[in-house]
Design a protein around this ligand. Sequence first.
Ligand SMILES: *Cc1c(COP(=O)(O)O)cnc(C)c1O
Length: 341
Amino acid sequence: ARAKALFGCAHANVQPHSGSQANQGVYLAFLEPGDKIMGLDLRSGGHLTHGSRVSVSGKWFQSISYEVDARSQRIDMDQVRRIALKERPRLIIAGGSAYSRQMDWAEFRRIADRVGAIFMADIAHVAGLVVAGVFPSPVEHAHVTTTTTHKTLRGPRGGMILSADAEIARRIDAAVFPGLQSGPLMHVVAAKAVALGEALKPAFRTYARAVVDNARVLCDRLSQGGLSVVSAGTDCHLGVIDLRPWELTGKAAETALEQIGITVNKNAVPGDGARPLVTSGIRVGSAACTTRGMGADEFREIGDMILATLGGIRSGTMNARTLKSIHEGVSDLTGRFPLPY
Ligand SMILES: *Cc1c(COP(=O)(O)O)cnc(C)c1O
């Protein structure tokens, strides 16, 4: 009931053990092995479960992908339409893990309708922003919407599948159980209910707005400091940084930042030629530190610490003393904003 109220949908299956299993539930409900699916390419910010060769979604289905435009680094709906009309996929997937811009949900649906495809929106990352009204909701446009409950929704690890149509809901329910899972994880379902209860409170809207504001502040600071932000900014809680202009790998940057107490993850960037375990970018996010109460001043400070660290390894001037002093800055900041529980 809380999921339905928050997302404004008629049906919610809250049993998927994870976001990946939510997506698999949709595939099992609507596809046969060998069917064609179409999702955002991994290097453009898509998710493994959207047809990557290393995932069951790319092994058991014929997977084709669309990419971001090379110049704007945003999804180009003309390209999506062109590929869909040529390939006529059975399922079109929108959503991603490292894509920071709004998506044109309505146009995805129009394209899906033109080729007779099912349109699945995967809002694993932005679900909390969606329910708070600070990011557009796909729920009224998509045949089916999947999400995790542990990213910006700030709940336990888990997944959910949302739909408006009773026949779709029936197929989804049967795909999740007995198709894919057996016993539900009721302790996790209980925790989902708690998280959704928190998200229904007015304070969650304030939080979500701050999450987006803070991500923008952080991205602005990094780009003022000379780093290249993919698509030149963000509409959500995350930013993807292209390190190629600084001749750093994502792996080296992740390791260096870990040493000063800042956790980011290495991430492929559009057109990335580096191996998947190395990459040429990092992904930064504002959700956790915003929960701790940090605001614009602190996110500028975080940006400066990232710039100092990456600048130091880029120029070869980084030494143990500098690392230690930046690390102390991080400890001082986190000491001022302790974990809330
Ligand atoms: C994280 C993510 C998933 C998978 O969620 P898990 O719970 O880790 O399986 C699926 N889709 C997108 C877009 C994601 O970002």
